[in-house]
Design a protein around this ligand. Sequence first.
Ligand SMILES: [Zn+2]
Ligand SMILES: [Zn+2]
Length: 419
Amino acid sequence: MAYYGFAFKNRFCNHTFRSIQPGLKWSNSMRDQSIIESGIEFRQALHQHPELSGQEAQTSRRVIDFLAAFDADEVLENIGGFGLVVTYAFGDEGPEIAIRCELDALPIGEVNQFSYASVTAGVSHKCGHDGHTAIVAGLAAWLSTRPLAGGKVRLLFQAAEENSQGAKAMLADAKLAGFSPDYIFALHNLPGYPLHEILVVRHQFSATVLSLAIHFNGVMAHAAQPETGRNPSLAISEAMIAIQQLVNPDPADRSFTLVTPVYTRIGAPDYGISAAEGELHLTLRTWTEAGMRTLLDTITGIVSRLCKQYELSYFTEQFDYFPAVVNDEHCNEVIIAAARRLGYRVTELSSPMRFGEDFGFFTQQGKGAMFGLGAGLRAPPLHSRDYDFPDALLETGIAVFRSIISDLLGSAARVDQAG
Ligand SMILES: [Zn+2]
Ligand SMILES: [Zn+2]
């Protein structure tokens, strides 16, 4: 989940509940149990040694070391930064499935006192990417037993999710040329929902998010004679008010729009000077790309009009773009069926998450879906200083991905045999 994209908690959704019969859980064989135990140990080691977006060299190395026992067919390193692509191939026939997780931590100091607390001042895993990584690494243990008759599974350990750079860097990396999986899946843990609950959203998992900085420039003057200069303060304050009128907070409406002021500044504390410049920074959220284009055009129109009125110039900067994670309908059905087979409760949310997720770059390329994994009703929110990924979710995450993969590759193998 995007660090800069996090301004709202996703607690505004109306839920519709599907009733699931408790049924088959992932078998607790000795081998599976030891995988979970080593996965927990691995997760806690990642937690203890977090690295910021784009700096995940040691984390990537830890993943490689952990996977060394699991006999992959191919391990590609340094993909889109410190990302890894680990491949298990089961035969020429059958689809290719990619499962993606994230490696990066956040510039947030940890307040937890447990034995595996972050040893790096000011940096910690407050989005649960340590847990996501351990889940996908745990899948490698299962895949190494060559459980499938056909197809291919590629595990993507993606760097730099929080700053929206990692997914597109991975897709642009020449070492991954031709990467075009038939299906791609990812999960994100979601505090505020019951532990182990599987959360799905039709059509799209998360919002389109973009950050925008608007710079206003006028003319400096003596503070005793502001009328001889051009001070941007009125233009900036009127822009802030006008832009707030664009908000449509109804998540059920496809034209849902949020504009959040995150920072503003006018001039400097130099008391003899009437300010000549200022800036306004916003995060923008819509459900659709078209909605985002309209919002940008409207904001630009407002700023342009005000700058003309107050004889100012301006320029804008856009950054931290997270495209909507678009959920393929079939992929969503596969997730729901997998969770049901395992007896997990499935909740279908009526609207997407408001945060940004750069998994949206993958779903722009092909069929895929992202789902939520409830991290506990009373768990601290993502990106809070006392958050910690619940280790109990490792087994759930691995089991659901296993079930998804078995469903898609297993049925492909049967079709191939029948054909
Ligand atoms: Zn995240
Ligand atoms: Zn995050």
